[in-house]
Design a protein around this ligand. Structure first.
Ligand SMILES: [Zn+2]
Length: 120
């Protein structure tokens, strides 16, 4: 949790987002927005791992995972990425204050049988 916030503080792009992927109490990877230009933190952190590592993991993210915003968006939004990756639990720092996303990422995860909680 604290690590997700530290990653969050490294962000050079806004909104700042920090992500930590953990399993069995062990940190597998971290990511923050801006680490790779234009790539969301969730995708960065998951991209560092194999499918097997991500399966059943817990993802801490300081900001709610995004959902589809534009129909012309080429890559899947982060909420979909987390679902497709087999993550079993997502802990969110804050819901996205952006009104079009607010609680939608949260609900999408829940609808796909991912356990969702909050920290801080
Ligand atoms: Zn995203």
């Amino acid at each position: 949790m604290r690590l997700a916030i530290e990653e969050h503080l490294k962000c050079s792009e806004f909104p700042r987002v920090g992500v930590v992927v953990a399993k069995s109490g062990e940190v597998l990877s971290t990511g923050y927005r801006g680490e790779t230009r234009g790539v969301h933190a969730e995708r960065i952190a998951i991209g560092k791992l194999t499918n097997g590592q991500v399966q059943g993991s817990t993802v801490f993210t300081t900001l709610e995972p995004c959902v589809v915003l534009h129909n012309d968006q080429e890559i899947d939004p982060c909420a979909q990425l987390l679902i497709d990756s087999g993550v079993s639990e997502v802990l969110i720092g804050v819901l996205d204050p952006n009104g079009t996303i607010y609680s939608q990422g949260y609900r999408k995860l829940l609808e796909n049988n991912i356990s969702v909680g909050f920290f801080q």
